[in-house]
Design a protein around this ligand. Structure first.
Ligand code: AMP
Length: 433
C-alpha cells in the first residue's frame, strides 16, 4: 500500500468541520479589521526565499523543498508566506494604487524539519501582512487582531512574548556586543552556534541545545541598545497593549528565526501543547519590500500555525456536524427515478438532500436516513406515485404528514426549509416503520 510521505498528514472528514469553523471565524475577524484576502502560489523561485528569509537561517540552510524543474530553474515550495505576499505587492504594483494594504491568506507551507507532534513538513498557516504604515499603532492593532482571533476561538492558556530587534542604526551596536560576549563563551557553544557566531550571531538565541541556552541566559539584551526612535516605537506599542489590557512578557531573547525582521517581534506561546509551544509569531519587516526591489514601504505581519491551533482546540466541544435536511426514501423503480429528479430540485433550492440508490427496503432506507442524521424523510413508493400523495416524516418529533405529490418540491421546501436546528450527524433517533 502506498502511504503518506513522512511529516505530511491527511485532514479527515471528522476533523474538517473544526477547520472550517476556524477559517470562518478567521475570515470574519479579518473582515472586521479591514483586511482583504490574497492567494499566492505555493511554488516560487528559490531566490525569493533565500534573499528574504536569509541564507544563514535554518529554513534556507536545511529545511526547504527545493528542486530544479526541467528547464533548470531552481524552485522551492514556500516555507512561509511573507516573501510571496511581498513579491505580489511589488510585482502587481499594488503600492501604486495605495501604499497601505492589509492582506491575509490561509494555506499550506512546507519545511523539511524533523517531524514530531506539532511539527510537520506540510503545515497550514493563517497569515496577515500590513504594508505602508510606520505608526506603532499598526503593530498593536495587528497584535490586537491576533488576540481577538484567539479570544473568538476560545483559545486560552496563551502568553504573548514581545521584543524589539531595532533597526540598521542601532542593531549593529548590539551585534558587536553580542559578538564579544559569544567570543568569551566559545568553549560552551555547540558546533552549529560556533558557525552561526561568525555569520549571523542573532541566530544563537534560537538554539535549543541546553548549554547554548544556559550561555544565552546571560547574553546582553538588545533592548539596552535601541536607538531613540526604536525605543519610542517599542514603548508606544507596549503602551497601546496596556491600554487594551493585553498582557505580554518583554522577552529580549526573542529573535525569531528569519532575518527580515526590524523593530517589533512577537510570538504567542501556549501551555496546552508540549515542546512545540509556539502557535503564532510575527513582527515588523520595514526593509524587506525595498530589499526585494520594491518601493521603500514598511511592512509587518504574523503567522498562526493552524495545525497547532487545532491541537489546542481539540479539547473543546466538537462543532456541529450537520446531517442532510431531507432524505428521500423511494421504493420501486419509478419512485426511485422521481426521487432522483426531486433531489436535484431540492438541492438547487439549497436543501441538502440525500437518497439511497440501492432500492433497499423501507426499513433499511430509514436506518440509512437515521445514520446520516437527516432531519426529514420523504417516503414515496410506486403506489404513492399512483395515488398522488407521499409521506413526510419529521425525524425528531416522529410526526408524519401526507403531502400531495403535485408541486411537491415547493411544498416540502416550505416545511423543511424552516430555520430549525439541524441534527447532529450520527445522533440516534428511534426508527419505527
Ligand atoms: P514561524 O514564522 O516559523 O515562527 O512560524 C509561525 C507559526 O507556524 C509557528 O508559531 C507555528 O505555530 C507554525 N509552524 C512553524 N513551523 C511549523 C511546523 N513545521 N509544523 C507545524 N507548525 C509550524
Amino acid at each position: 500500500m502506498i502511504k503518506l510521505i513522512r511529516g505530511f498528514k491527511d485532514i479527515l472528514p471528522a476533523e474538517t468541520p473544526r477547520w472550517q469553523r476556524v477559517e470562518a471565524v478567521v475570515r470574519e475577524v479579518f473582515d472586521s479589521f479591514g483586511f482583504r484576502e490574497i492567494r499566492t502560489p505555493i511554488l516560487e523561485q528559490t531566490e525569493l526565499f533565500a534573499r528574504s528569509i536569509g541564507t544563514n537561517t535554518d529554513i534556507v540552510e536545511k529545511e526547504m523543498y527545493t528542486f530544479c524543474d526541467c528547464k533548470g530553474d531552481s524552485l522551492t515550495l514556500r516555507p512561509e508566506a511573507t516573501a510571496s505576499v511581498v513579491r505580489a505587492y511589488i510585482q502587481h504594483r499594488l503600492y501604486a494604487k495605495d501604499p497601505v494594504w492589509k492582506l491575509y491568506s490561509i494555506g499550506p507551507m512546507f519545511r523539511r524539519e524533523r517531524p514530531q507532534k506539532g511539527r510537520y513538513r506540510q503545515f497550514y498557516q493563517i497569515n496577515a501582512e500590513v504594508f505602508g504604515v510606520n505608526d506603532p499603532r499598526a503593530d498593536s492593532e495587528l497584535i490586537l487582531l491576533l488576540m481577538t482571533l484567539f479570544r473568538r476561538l476560545e483559545v486560552s492558556e496563551i502568553t504573548l512574548h514581545i521584543n524589539s530587534l531595532g533597526c540598521p542604526a542601532c542593531r549593529p551596536h548590539f551585534t558587536k556586543a553580542l559578538g564579544s560576549f559569544l567570543a568569551d563563551h566559545t568553549s560552551r557553544l555547540c558546533s552549529d552556534c560556533l558557525r552561526r557566531r561568525g555569520k549571523n550571531p542573532l541566530r544563537v538565541f534560537d538554539c535549543k541545545v541546553p548549554t547554548c541556552k544556559e550561555v544565552m541566559a546571560d547574553a546582553p539584551s538588545i533592548l539596552d541598545y535601541l536607538c531613540t526612535a526604536c525605543r519610542t516605537h517599542f514603548d508606544a506599542v507596549l503602551a497601546a497593549l496596556d491600554r487594551f489590557h493585553i498582557p505580554y512578557e518583554r522577552d529580549h531573547r526573542l529573535m525569531r528565526g528569519l532575518d527580515y525582521y526590524t523593530r517589533t517581534t512577537f510570538e504567542v506561546l501556549t501551555s496546552a501543547l508540549g515542546a512545540q509551544d509556539a502557535i503564532a509569531g510575527g513582527g515588523r519587516y520595514d526593509r524587506l519590500v525595498k530589499e526585494l526591489g520594491g518601493p521603500d514601504q514598511p511592512g509587518l505581519g504574523f503567522a498562526i500555525g493552524v495545525d497547532r491551533l487545532m491541537e489546542v482546540l481539540a479539547g473543546n466541544a466538537e462543532p456541529l456536524e450537520k446531517g442532510p435536511r431531507l432524505f428521500i426514501a423511494a421504493l420501486g423503480r419509478r419512485a426511485q427515478m422521481a426521487g432522483f429528479e426531486w433531489m436535484q430540485d431540492f438541492r438547487t433550492k439549497g436543501i441538502c438532500t440525500e437518497m439511497d440508490f440501492s432500492d433497499r427496503s423501507l426499513k433499511s432506507q430509514m436506518r440509512r436516513a437515521d445514520k446520516l442524521g437527516a432531519s426529514y424523510v420523504l417516503i414515496v413508493g410506486d403506489r404513492e406515485l399512483d395515488t398522488g400523495a407521499g409521506v413526510l416524516r419529521n425525524m425528531d418529533t416522529k410526526e408524519q404528514q401526507s403531502v400531495a405529490l403535485e408541486d411537491i418540491v415547493r411544498k416540502v421546501t416550505k416545511i423543511v426549509g424552516s430555520k430549525e436546528r439541524a441534527k447532529v450527524r450520527g445522533q440516534k433517533s428511534e426508527v419505527s416503520d
